[in-house]
Write a protein that binds this ligand. Structure first.
Ligand code: SAM
Length: 265
């Protein structure tokens, strides 16, 4: 992805922040149990969350009792995150691009980014995250992957809808359960600021009717950026598949991955 594309696409989430809040799932609870253990998080920990969206990962961090500074570049996402976290005095939500943010008070015990780290400037993100941490502090990167499983045949058929309506779609793409070497490991290593990364994986499913699935698709930057006519064709094609071929509902298989490493002294 070019810098210009990344900077344009990363602003699409806030275009309909309420839809994002309604449709994007949170994360499996064991992820936060593992994070608390691996990063030593508890009521006295200070955590910085980058790209908090409407608070999908912020809420479980708040429930751990951590003092959280959560940041997002979209004022609309932040407004909803503040609403969702209003009962937690231990959480502050700020509007800023991470790259531009100047913290005023000290370092953090952990930095977390959930489905957002890949939107940050690759020249800045690792080094600045390390600068925000105390020695020994943890950087956790949560990523979300759509893998084979659930209503597999539907996703193969839907790929043909993408090939037809979105010419940038590579032909013949299929879901797999492969667990390729996570790219975060190499990025942690290259930065020379962190010890070895550890990984945890969580697999889970969610079932969607056609309207629910189209709403979910409208929270993805690629679909939001499509020309409206092409997107209408794509969505009609997908609705036809779900309603007329797959009995009105389909199941998506998710893999959530946590990558975590400690800042070297
Ligand atoms: C895919 S959403 C993830 C939101 C939430 N963390 C979640 O798990 O659903 C990516 C979020 O990162 C934010 N974002 C993208 N680039 C950013 C940056 N450079 N600094 C701060 N936030 C950023 C977007 O506004 C968006 O809310």
């Amino acid at each position: 992805m070019t810098d210009t594309n990344r900077e344009m696409l990363r602003t699409t989430f806030g275009q309909d922040a309420e839809l994002y809040d309604q449709c994007r799932p949170s994360y499996p609870p064991p992820l936060f149990t593992d994070l608390a253990t691996l990063a030593g998080l508890g009521p006295h920990a200070r955590v910085l969350e980058i790209g908090c969206g409407t608070g999908q990962a912020t809420l479980p961090l708040a429930q751990l009792g951590c003092t959280v500074v959560a940041m997002d570049l979209s004022p609309d996402m932040v407004a909803i995150a503040r609403r969702n976290l209003a009962q937690f005095p231990n959480v502050t939500v700020v509007v800023s691009a991470f790259e531009d943010w100047q913290p005023s008070d000290g370092t953090f015990d952990a930095v977390l980014s959930a489905t957002a780290f890949h939107w940050l400037d690759p020249e800045v993100r690792m080094i600045k995250a390390a600068d925000m941490l105390r020695p020994g502090g943890s950087l956790g990167i949560v990523s979300t992957h759509h893998i084979a499983g659930g209503t597999n045949a539907f996703f193969a058929d839907a790929q043909r809808c993408y090939e037809r309506f979105d010419p940038t779609t590579p032909p013949g793409m299929r879901l797999t359960t492969d667990d390729e070497t996570p790219e975060e490991a190499a990025e942690f290593d290259r930065s020379a600021r962190f010890g070895p990364a550890e990984f945890r994986r969580y697999e889970w499913q969610q079932t969607y009717t056609a309207p629910e699935y189209l709403n979910l698709l409208m929270t993805y930057s690629g679909n939001r950026a499509m020309a409206p006519q092409a997107r209408a064709g794509l969505f009609a094609c997908i609705t036809h598949l779900i309603d007329d071929i797959y009995g009105g509902a389909i199941t998506k298989q998710y893999r959530t991955r946590l990558a975590i490493a400690h800042k070297t002294p």
